[in-house]
Design a protein around this ligand. Sequence first.
Ligand code: 13P
Length: 250
Amino acid sequence: MSRKHIVAGNWKMNNNLAETQALITDLKSKENTGDAEVIIAPTSINLHAAVEALKGSTIQVAAQNMHQAESGAYTGEVSAGMLKSIGLETVILGHSERRAYFHESDELLAQKVNTALQHGLRVIFCFGEELEDRKNGKHFEVVSSQLKNALFHLSATQWSQIVLAYEPVWAIGTGETASPEQAQEMHAFIRTTVVDSYDETTASNVTILYGGSVKPANAKEIFSKPDVDGGLIGGASLKATDFFEIVNAF
Ligand code: 13P
């Protein structure tokens, strides 16, 4: 098994330029005592400044989104080539907020994934069920169809550039986290789904993050589960001390 532990901070639409630089200064003063790779994802306008501020640091920078086209008349959008040109290696795709507020479908996300991989970007692919799905016992079905529709056209080799992020929508920003048992149950299911469509090696090598109200107080217990390989952190990634307590839960 060669999968990595990753703790990634999704800053969402928070922090202007000065705040971005200040938070990065704070983050750089913290020590990573565990083995997790650390990533931050500021909003697109501050990505270049973040890359510059983190030169020489092991903290990596990811984008929160990108457009599927190479270039052209897509006002307000950012391309994979633009992300690469400022030194980025990772992009988050499929976040539930992109799906809910910007109507991103599995089919569109499949195109975004293809474009990102063609440009050599690693993809942190987010997915997860809504509260209604879980109440109706449909959470496994929903998750498996999100994965199949957006990712299962890829070759096994391409999966080395994929990181999965299971984020149950009902746990995002709500303070309500999935229990460590619920996270483990879903992560194990996800891995089995990958085995069924690919093979044991692909499944055991893919890093599966959990996201949704991860905090310093619950990170250790969630990360102790065998199929939970890290976290995608929203609110708690905006404070350097909290974020590094989570990073150091590994
Ligand atoms: P919170 O950690 O604020 O619940 O957000 C999770 C998330 O959406 C990360 O992408």
